[in-house]
Design a protein around this ligand. Structure first.
Ligand code: S3P
Length: 423
């Protein structure tokens, strides 16, 4: 770790991916012209845009400022038999909820990774609402056929904490007959609920249950997307772990259902402070300041995994450079992400000279860096590729730059952000 760079300076990141998907979907549901600013520039969000274009929604501009013009939910229509969602489970699962109660009949599918993602978790509640939605032979993965029809409200307790499942149900509930209430084991990201409340929809949401009464149509809107906290995590970790680093990330989304990574890194000893907090479109936003600080391993047991699930790869990388043992608890859900991230992270850490093991649903990382043993594999997964690069950066002082296309699924600005802060 001799050539360590310093990360210094101020940066504002492109819009959060989860918020960007939702902004486009809500703009597609609203009749009229919506203006969306600072969208994620990632391929996943471009997939959502092109899917709704296939459904008759007009989009002009670019992620800096996208004008979305729609004739509204009741006019969604397509001539295409199959709509492609690429690598994006958010596009796919949320769109089931939109289409289930619409006048559209079509097939939704995606790339090889998406075709292995579980979807019965979304199909089950939507069927209870009366949806006509099925897979070939009842399989648990896409392609999925949806034939829109009238839906009814339900009271549903999901066995998994998943914002994609919850959002699909809430999107379907918007046009269903009667009230829907939804609960889950731990509260997943609540962006859909916050957006609907901001729009004046009759929705109440707590950690225990979300209840939606339909009747309010989404109106065309202007929206500025706050910075992506999941991308920020890839800058926060090297800023904590490289000598003399100090960065400020401006206007970052700090929704408490997403900030598990900040809380855990702070508990590990990370010097992370929040300034200039405000609320935008119902979401909390702030500047996050990060200064170099030694980290010590902890047990994450008290943090619900759903509030930091996308950040586990980079958290595990941080744990390699911490002193002592870090136990990242109850993260079995990682087995069904874009790849099997649980075995993927373990492989990356062990190949990079660290020490990681999986025990049941826990990932245990013992701090300390030895000799590199083999080439770490990203398994075609954008967050694993970005994690490999951050390990390279902390350990060797530079990134390979090899994974731009893959990391662009979520964050095309990844390498530019690192270059800007290490210049
Ligand atoms: C997302 C929800 C999470 C997360 C994904 C984005 C969303 O997935 O991992 O990256 O925008 O709703 P699950 O709902 O499967 O937990």
């Amino acid at each position: 770790m001799s050539n360590q760079p310093q990360l210094r300076g101020t940066i504002e990141l492109r819009g959060d991916k989860s918020l960007s998907h939702r902004a486009i979907i809500f703009a597609a549901l609203a009749k009229g012209k919506s203006v969306l600013r600072n969208l994620s520039g990632g391929i996943d969000v471009a997939m959502t845009k092109s899917l709704y274009q296939s459904l008759g929604v007009r989009c002009a501009g670019n992620p800096d400022e996208l004008i979305v013009e729609s004739s509204g939910f009741h006019r969604l229509a397509t001539n295409e038999k199959a709509l492609y969602c690429g690598n994006s489970a958010t596009t796919l699962r949320l769109s089931f909820g939109v289409l289930a109660g619409s006048d559209v009949s079509c097939v939704l599918t995606g790339d090889q990774s998406l075709q292995s993602r579980p979807i019965q978790r979304v199909i089950t509640p939507l069927r209870e609402m009366g949806a006509d939605i099925h897979t070939r032979g009842g399989s648990d993965s896409p392609p999925v056929t949806v034939s829109g029809r009238p839906l009814r409200g339900i009271s549903y307790r999901s066995p998994v904490a998943s914002a994609q499942v919850k959002s699909a149900v809430l999107l379907a509930a918007l046009h269903a007959d009667g009230t829907t209430s939804y609960s889950e084991p731990d509260q997943s990201r609540d962006h859909t609920e916050r957006f609907l409340a901001w729009q004046g929809v009759d929705i109440t949401s707590s950690q225990e249950v979300t209840t939606l009464r339909p009747g309010v149509e989404i109106k065309a809107f202007e929206y500025h997307v706050a910075g992506d906290i999941s991308t920020a995590a890839f800058l926060i970790v090297p800023a904590l772990l490289t000598r003399g680093s100090e960065i400020r990330i401006r206007n970052l989304l700090i929704n408490p259902t997403r900030t598990g990574i900040l809380a855990i890194l702070k508990e590990m000893g990370g010097d992370i402070t929040i300034e200039n907090q405000s609320e935008r479109y119902g979401e909390p936003v702030a500047d996050v300041i990060v200064r170099e600080s030694p980290l010590v391993g902890i047990d994450t047991g008290k943090y619900p995994p759903v509030i930091f699930i996308d950040e586990v790869p980079i958290l595990a990388a941080a744990a390699m450079f911490a002193s002592g043992k870090t136990r990242i608890c109850n993260v079995g859900e990682l087995r069904v992400k874009e790849s099997d991230r649980l075995s993927g992270i373990m492989q990356i850490i062990n190949c990079s000279g660290g020490k990681a093991e999986v025990n049941g649903d826990d990932l245990i990382v013992t701090g300390g860096i030895g000799d590199r043993r083999a080439l770490p594999q990203h398994q075609g997964d954008h967050r694993l590729a970005a994690t490999i690069e951050i390990i390279n950066l902390i350990r060797d002082g530079n990134v390979s730059g090899k994974y731009h296309d893959l990391i662009s699924i979520s964050a095309p600005e990844f390498y530019d952000a690192i270059a800007g802060l290490t210049a």
